[in-house]
Design a protein around this ligand. Structure first.
Ligand code: PLP
Length: 497
């Protein structure tokens, strides 16, 4: 299959794109899922590979039966798929799986790296970071200095190379490592990783790259950029339920003591001592791994390599430009971050509509137009605060109102539309029409909602029926009924024979 054909097959092979929900007008329709920066939908062909593996399921730590051999080989294959996907040569790099997502990877690396060079007790972290690539470094290093971005107010974003350079010159060999995102989860702004790595290496510091928001959107080549550590979550690249992933230089992993201890990562244990294995990635993968998740993720990555991330990026740029150009034209809409014509961005676009709290925008887009997106500060509070600075100064609130904290929280945030491979131009046309409609019907829509709790909104008369929302107990009842019917069919066949 040619790569364009494969891409179009994959684009229409996701689980959950056709799920139907009711809207305020009493109709039902397919949801438009624009919340991929939070978590992506499952790529069905890869899911089927994970499912097929269950026919042979066994743990990787049992060595000698057929199923365990297959499991070990498949798990090893998943590691290879990761390395190939991020352009990391096997001689130089090792990939290992950790926890449920990138958060586990950052905590692991922050803990380990803080111990190896005590004389370098300083870490530089960009101001665009998700808390996962900030707080672990604050916890484990003596000092963290935050590097600001370029621009100001709503167009703040894009890593400031000048500021990074200044800090690198100023702190030099005190710096242990520099943690930056590959792409922001708020504005999609892409970091020039190769340039960053060159600067960072000039003082012997390491680079830790958060690729969570880049991995499904833009090509990355660790070999070319000479990155030391790259971390991402499998659930952000079409394999929900898969583990977090860390790819690091082998010489770095060999220099650190594993911070997770348990079975599978030791050569020998006596009551007096234990000897961690020197085999990578075993040394970093204590405990029984999430084998099904890793294999599913491996299958996704293999398929995306066949399509080519350059092709995927090229397609997405068209969608980003279309959305940016049209959203910024709507009166009363603020779109955050730099213009994609000036600084490259991924398909993550945050915005606010004048007069609407960010939560109300998200609720109304869901209730009226079946459009699902996230709102809030996206676990990147310092960055969002900078982007909203001007608007928050202008908020007309009585500082003596006892409710002022709650009221300001409702203003402190944005709505975020984020794309996946399954996002179509039609979805984005609907988003733009919906945002424009909301901006025009502001008074009417505001009149339909009342705030509930800390950040919820209740529509005057519309509320989804319980059966419209996934209920594990209903699903379980259906599933057990299906198993019972299967059993009856099998019993019937046996009696007939
Ligand atoms: C840029 C970025 N980094 C890190 C994370 C943390 O990922 P996880 O919650 O999967 O550990 C996220 C999640 O939203 C993210 O967007």
């Amino acid at each position: 299959m040619k790569n364009h054909e494969l891409l179009s097959t994959l684009q229409s092979s996701f689980i959950g794109t056709d799920t139907q929900y009711p809207t305020v007008d009493g109709k039902r329709g397919s949801r438009i899922y624009l919340d991929s920066a939070a978590s992506t939908l499952m790529m069905e062909p890869a899911f089927k590979v994970g499912h097929e593996f269950l026919m042979h399921y066994a743990s990787t730590h049992s060595d000698l039966h057929y199923s365990a051999k297959g499991a070990s080989q498949a798990f090893e294959w998943a590691h290879k798929c990761v390395l190939e996907f991020v352009g990391a040569s096997e001689e130089k790099y090792c990939a290992f799986f950790a926890g449920n997502g990138a958060t586990a990877g950052f905590n692991r690396m922050a803990t380990s790296l803080s111990k190896i060079r005590p004389e370098r007790d300083l870490v530089l972290v960009s101001e665009m970071e998700h808390h996962s690539n900030d707080l672990p470094h604050r916890e484990h290093s003596s000092q963290v200095i935050h590097i600001p971005c370029m621009g100001e107010f709503e167009s703040y974003g894009g890593f400031s190379m000048e500021c990074l350079q200044e800090s690198i010159q100023k702190y030099g060999k005190k710096i242990n490592y520099v943690a930056v995102t590959g792409a922001s989860n708020v504005t999609g702004t892409i970091t020039p990783l190769e340039e960053v790595a060159k600067l960072v290496h000039s003082v012997g510091a390491y680079t830790i790259v958060d690729a969570s928001q880049m991995i499904a959107h833009a090509p990355v080549c660790m070999d070319d950029a000479d990155l030391d550590v790259l971390v991402f979550s499998g659930h952000k690249i079409y394999a929900p339920g898969s583990p977090g992933v860390v790819i690091a230089k082998k010489n770095l992993l060999n220099a650190i003591s594993p911070s997770e201890l348990g079975g599978g990562m030791v050569d020998d244990v006596s009551l007096a001592e234990y000897v961690p294995t020197n085999n990578l990635p075993d040394r970093e993968e204590a405990g029984t791994p999430n084998i099904v998740g890793a294999i599913t993720l491996g299958a996704v990555l293999d398929l995306l390599v066949r399509v080519g991330m350059d092709t995927i990026r090229e397609k997405e740029i068209g969608l980003i430009d279309y959305t940016w150009n049209n959203l910024t034209l709507i009166d009363g809409v603020t779109v955050y971050g730099p213009n994609p014509a000036e600084i490259p961005r991924t398909g993550t676009i945050s915005f606010n509509i004048k007069g609407f709290d960010h939560g109300l925008t998200a609720a109304a887009l869901n209730d009226y137009y079946n459009i699902q997106l996230r709102n809030g500060c996206f676990c990147a509070h310092p960055y969002v605060r900078e982007l909203l600075k001007k608007e928050l100064w202008e908020v007309d609130l009585d500082p003596d109102d006892p409710n002022v904290e709650v009221l300001i929280e409702r203003k402190r945030g944005m709505a975020r539309a984020s794309f996946g491979l399954y996002t179509t131009i039609e979805d984005l046309k609907k988003l733009i029409a919906a945002v424009s409609d909301l901006a025009n019907r502001r008074e009417e829509i505001l009149g339909q909602y009342e705030p509930v709790g800390a950040n919820g909104y209740r529509h005057e008369y519309y509320a989804p029926d319980a059966e419209d929302i996934f209920n594990p107990e209903t699903a379980l009842a259906q599933s057990i009924e299906w198993s019972r019917l299967q059993q009856d069919v099998n019993a019937h066949r046996t009696t007939k024979n």
